[in-house]
Design a protein around this ligand. Structure first.
Ligand code: GLN
Length: 596
């Protein structure tokens, strides 16, 4: 039997000093109305919890339910802005400027949905709120405790998302692994959530790992059993178990896990490796995960079968194309974090999206620019059909990037510069075309003679590092008659994360020498897009923004489409299909047909 969440909420609100229950919730919240799927990891991290959870969320979204994801991070940082991509993967930036974990990118891409600060929570945010509330007397003389106050704040965050999004289902992904000190109070908060929301309101999904050591040649379930037992010791009985593994998990192993965890066999699933994350939603559906969630949360009545048929058709079209690529190209990524692929997760995905639309498999070649010079650039780039110079901070590897850009510009190698890559392209052009010897960025050489890249005016006053860059979505005005205009039309919204910009006084000399600034800020003289005329170079494009953050499977980012297309033409000189920079997805096409 569940409890009456409404009653609990009212008594906690009306007599806060006389009850042990503590339920801070936003106005308009009704327990039991929004449902929750809570995904927890056991055994080890790095199993792709975000990919799993976003794929499962997509299965429900495809059934016509509205979903809202939230990631609960254990660390004490307020956001991911100050984290090193070497250790934590790329910093993803949302339209509202939130700097967050790369998993949020996975959710945005999988669900084709823009997220906000409500979808990302860290321990730093939770504690900050609790301490602020304590300082303003918000606890009415009580001693502030982990339970119920800190755990209450966690539930409050979920409920705020539920109210703001009006979602049918909130997907909660708990960062880290069961047993970590950092996330223990999140797990406790989820136990309380299930109690307060009442029966059939919360579905716990444990993602675990089945080992298959080479020396044994068979799958072993012990680590998974122990991990799930540890979860049960926290008072959480999982409803669904997803067994990550290299190969499909055998029935025998699943039986063992079922027996030790009280979860019936039909809810212990295999989730083995597959070629692309975009194939996972279909894999989950085929296994029956979506049905198991719907049954547990009693959501049958909210399912729209017609909508599901339509949406699945669109998705199958995408996965069909994903599986049937006819051509191959190699794109070089010149960056200093090449040792950690996660540092470039969104770039890799954006290339995949563009590749699927053009029917081509994009292979990556990692080029560590700390080693590259003018003399070695040609050799380092000999095997690639296109090149990306990604974002970065600081000095290391910068000269190597400039050498790669010089090579690409002067040999017609298709090239896309992103953020720092855009700035390096300006420096290279200033030095080698405009004869501004030693041109550089203030970030690298504050005393240089031609500081063509300089700190943004508003950045000069800023102290401290967290959340102080020029961040998030900004509109870009595009110049008519340019390649950018063919991509975007008169205006486009892109996401940013930078402190430096093209120094305005150098814009005129750079343009006079042939650099085209094809996109700029509508409010200030900040250059956002640059290109070379296609009369002199097949594809030389760069942006101060991070276009990789807004590429989606159904709507590939035009700058990446342009790059992959140019690489394709370089690899297959007789390839002559025209490029549509803004391919309408099936859904968009259907909408425009319906509207006309
Ligand atoms: N370091 C550069 C700046 O701050 C570029 C930043 C980036 O590539 N994200 O402007």
């Amino acid at each position: 039997m569940g409890i009456d969440g409404d009653k609990l909420l009212n008594s906690a609100r009306e007599r806060p000093d006389q009850t042990e229950f503590y339920m801070p919730s936003p106005a308009g919240y009704r327990p039991g109305q929004c449902k929750y799927v809570v995904v927890l990891g056991t055994v080890m991290s790095g199993l792709g919890k975000g990919i799993f959870s976003s794929s499962l969320a997509k299965c429900l979204q495809d059934k016509g339910l509205s979903v809202a994801p939230i990631k609960l991070e254990g660390y004490l940082n307020v956001d991911s802005g100050t984290l090193n991509p070497y250790r934590h993967g790329e910093v993803f930036v949302l339209d509202d400027g939130t700097e967050c974990d790369m998993d949020l990118g996975t959710y945005e891409r999988m669900l084709d949905q823009d997220l906000s600060r409500l979808n990302f929570c860290t321990s730093g945010q939770i504690y900050r709120r609790v301490l602020d509330r304590e300082r303003t007397g918000g606890y009415l003389g009580r001693d502030v405790q982990m339970i119920p106050h800190v755990t209450g704040e966690v539930m409050n965050r979920l409920r705020e998302l539920a109210v703001a999004s009006q979602a049918d289902v909130v997907f909660v992904e708990i960062g880290g692994t069961v047993g970590d000190v950092e996330n223990a109070y999140y797990i406790e908060a989820m136990r309380q959530l299930a109690f307060e929301e009442g029966e059939h309101s919360v579905c716990f999904v444990a993602l675990t790992y089945v080992l298959e050591p080479n020396i044994l040649g068979e799958q072993k379930s012990k680590a998974a059993q122990l991990g799930i037992r540890q979860l049960m010791e926290c008072g959480i009985q999982p409803h669904i178990i997803a067994c990550r593994a290299e190969n499909p998990v055998t029935k025998q192993v699943r039986e063992k896990i079922a027996l030790f965890s009280n979860v019936p066999m039909e809810r212990v699933f295999s989730m083995h490796d597959c070629e692309s994350v975009y194939l996972i939603p279909d894999m989950l559906r085929a296994a029956g995960y979506d049905r198991a969630v719907i049954e547990r949360l009693k959501l049958e009545e909210r399912v729209d079968a017609e909508e599901e048929r339509r949406r699945r058709e669109v998705w199958s079209d995408y996965t069909r194309r994903l599986k049937s690529v006819a051509r191959h190209v190699t794109v070089g990524i010149t960056g200093k974090y090449t040792a950690v692929r996660d540092a470039y997760a969104s770039i890799i995905k954006a290339l995949e999206h563009a590749g699927v639309h053009l029917g081509v498999k994009v292979h990556l070649s990692w080029i560590d620019t700390t080693e590259v010079t003018d003399e070695t650039a040609a050799q380092c780039l000999a095997q690639v059909h296109g090149m990306i110079v990604p974002g970065a901070f600081g000095t290391r590897g910068a000269e190597g990037k400039i050498a790669c850009l010089k090579h690409a510009r002067s040999t017609g190698l298709p090239c896309l510069g992103i953020c720092y890559g855009f700035q390096m392209a300006v420096i290279e052009f200033a030095r080698n075309v405009c004869a501004m010897e030693g041109a550089n960025s203030d970030e690298i050489d504050p005393d240089c003679r031609y500081p063509v890249i300089t700190l943004l005016p508003e950045q000069k006053k800023i102290e401290g590092l967290g959340g102080t860059m020029r961040l998030g979505g900004h509109n870009v005005v595009v110049r008519e008659g340019t390649l950018a205009y063919r991509m975007f039309g008169p205006q486009v919204r892109l996401r940013f994360r930078h402190r430096y910009e093209v120094e305005p006084r150098y814009i005129a000399p750079l343009e006079a020498a042939g650099m085209i600034f094809s996109g700029r800020s509508p409010h200030a003289e900040i250059m956002h897009l640059l290109e070379l005329s296609q009369n002199v170079h097949p594809y030389y494009f760069a942006t101060q923004a991070h276009p990789e953050l807004t590429s989606r499977p159904m709507s590939p980012q035009p700058m990446f489409l342009g790059l992959v297309y140019a690489a394709l033409k370089r690899a297959y000189p007789d390839y002559d299909a025209p490029l549509d920079y803004r391919p309408a997805t099936e859904t968009q096409r259907e909408i425009s047909v319906a509207e006309s």
